[in-house]
Design a protein around this ligand. Structure first.
Ligand code: NAG
Ligand code: NAG
Ligand code: NAG
Ligand code: NAG
Length: 477
């Protein structure tokens, strides 16, 4: 509705902007046109001629049939146009035709997007070409499956406040300077983490009083069950890590901090609890610490190895997994490696795959039968189409730092659209990492059934691969 309103406004707005001489007797000269504009005159030009032409060049793929839907690389395009296939190509004006074209393509845009387009702000379009000119195969409404987790500061958060349909998981990208702490704390949700850069020391005590301490580095994973208190301290080079929680509503602001539990307990009770004088608590901080710089962790981890009569948390139930040391499984278009409770048992419902897609390659079309997928794009550029039954499909563009979300059994692919490797982590709420691959399914179905349904030739079907591909190679030229 808003969209149509803007379309009808434009022909009125643009002639105004070009201003004709004002009528002598009108107040505020310059605001109005002249008498000559009233009614028919051979000198009057039609609406579209009065608009300036805008120069643009189409990018490769833009004139293909709508259904081919190649990625359009607008990054270096001077003036990206919402044009795909044969539609809208005759009138280069950016003001009306694109909207008509967009309407024709049934692009679902919000008013703010259209306004940024009018304002000539093409930056958003350059990195979101599938929003500006979606493939003809997009249709109807899906959930929003993309969120740029960028912004300033040390902790960036994605949850249902910004992605309302991402209900199963939420995430935080956090950085700690050298010797920086994430204060001792616990939370109601389970916490799964992938170290993105640097290294840190993590420690915890479980409900049996058993202790745990370990150092983790880029590529490693940790897990803290709900309610288990833990801390994180950056080592020499600082650390950046991704946290994923098994609750889409999770907020970093709702963690139980050690400082807060002391601050909000009567001193008399603390004194009784610890068997010390009330004055012992005179110097506790008068506010939360949350993230703060501490004394550097001792280089020798044994200095922080607290051993009590309760013993250590048994290795089989350890909270760390040295995923960085697990070689990736190489496939045609990249590589994949999985960590799930089969090898990291304490993370009982977190299953994840780190996927690397070489330029031109693609994480094959698949879906996860047992869980929604929460995806973090670590580096590179890609795009995905989320297909939701019965016939809705939306194509989203992603770059390093973005979060993606693909609901359970909704099919999708992730195609590398950049010049370098695309790396992302898929996280599921499931005791085992599983996916259903479109290619394997079709190739392993009796040919008669497939050709009756899809009208594909036997020759072609004989070449389909029955093995799961994970990442297929592509033409990167
Ligand atoms: C890792 O951190 C270092 C130091 O903070 C920084 O120079 C480097 O660019 C980071 N690397 C990545 C991949 O973020
Ligand atoms: C801590 O001490 C225990 C018992 O001596 C030992 O088994 C363990 O390897 C030590 N180090 C760590 C980091 O747990
Ligand atoms: C795993 O997570 C899903 C989704 O929240 C839930 O339905 C299932 O019960 C969980 N399974 C276990 C073993 O916790
Ligand atoms: C299947 O494809 C052939 C051409 O290869 C075409 O002649 C035929 O009409 C198609 N059948 C269906 C049911 O679409």
């Amino acid at each position: 509705m808003k969209f149509q309103l803007i379309v009808t406004l434009l022909p009125v707005v643009l002639p105004l902007a070009h201003g004709a001489p004002a009528r002598r007797d009108t107040p505020n000269p310059g605001l109005r046109g002249t008498d000559s504009l009233v009614g028919y005159s051979a000198d009057n030009s039609g609406g579209s001629d009065s608009r300036p032409d805008i120069e643009y060049t189409l990018v490769p793929g833009q004139k293909e049939n709508l259904e081919i839907g190649s990625h359009l690389d607008f990054v270096k395009a001077d003036n990206p146009q919402p044009i795909r296939g044969p539609t809208g190509s005759d009138d280069p004006g950016p003001s009306i035709t694109p909207f008509t074209t967009m309407y024709y393509l049934s692009i679902r845009l919000h008013a703010d997007r259209i306004l940024s387009f009018i304002a000539g702000n093409y930056d958003y379009d350059r990195i979101n070409s599938d929003k500006l000119a979606p493939p003809g195969t997009d249709h109807g409404e899906t959930i929003n499956a993309q969120w740029p987790m960028d912004g300033a500061g040390w902790a960036r958060q994605e949850n249902t406040n910004v992605m309302p349909d991402a209900k199963l998981m939420a995430g935080v990208d956090m950085r700690l300077a050298p010797a920086g702490y994430r204060e001792l704390h616990w939370h109601v949700a389970a916490e799964w983490s992938l170290v993105l850069n640097g290294s840190c020391r993590i420690q915890a005590v479980n409900e049996n009083g058993e202790t745990f301490v370990d150092d983790v580095t880029a590529g490693d994973v940790w897990f803290f069950p709900p309610g288990i208190p833990h801390s994180i301290q950056a080592l020499d080079d600082g650390v950046e890590f991704l946290l994923v929680f098994d609750d889409g509503d999770f907020s970093e602001d709702n963690t139980f901090l050690a400082t807060e539990v002391f601050l909000h307990t009567p001193r008399e009770v603390l004194s009784k609890n610890f068997g010390v004088d009330v004055s012992a608590f005179d110097k506790i901080p008068d506010d939360e610490l949350y993230i703060f710089k501490g004394t550097p962790a001792p280089a020798d981890i044994e200095e922080q190895n607290v051993t009590t009569t309760s013993g250590l948390i048994p290795r089989a139930l350890s909270y760390s997994y040295h995923f960085s040391e697990q070689p990736a499984h190489e496939v045609a278009g990249g590589s994949v490696k999985i960590v799930d409770p089969l090898t990291f048992p304490i993370a009982s419902n977190f299953s994840a795959a780190i996927v690397t897609v070489h330029p031109g390659g693609m994480r094959e079309i698949h879906w996860h039968p047992t869980s929604d997928e929460w995806t973090f794009f670590i580096s590179g550029q890609g795009r995905a189409t989320l297909f939701t039954a019965p016939n809705s499909a939306t194509t989203f563009d992603y770059s390093g730092g973005d979060v993606g979300y693909f609901p359970k059994s909704n099919s999708h692919y992730i195609e590398n659209t950049g010049d370098g490797d695309l790396v992302f982590v898929e996280v599921l709420q499931a005791p085992e990492f599983t996916d259903m691959a479109l290619g394997q399914w079709i190739a392993s179905t009796p040919k008669q059934i497939v050709s009756d349904t899809l009208n594909l030739s036997d020759d072609m079907l004989n070449n389909f691969k029955t093995e799961k591909q994970y990442v297929v190679a592509g033409d990167s030229s």
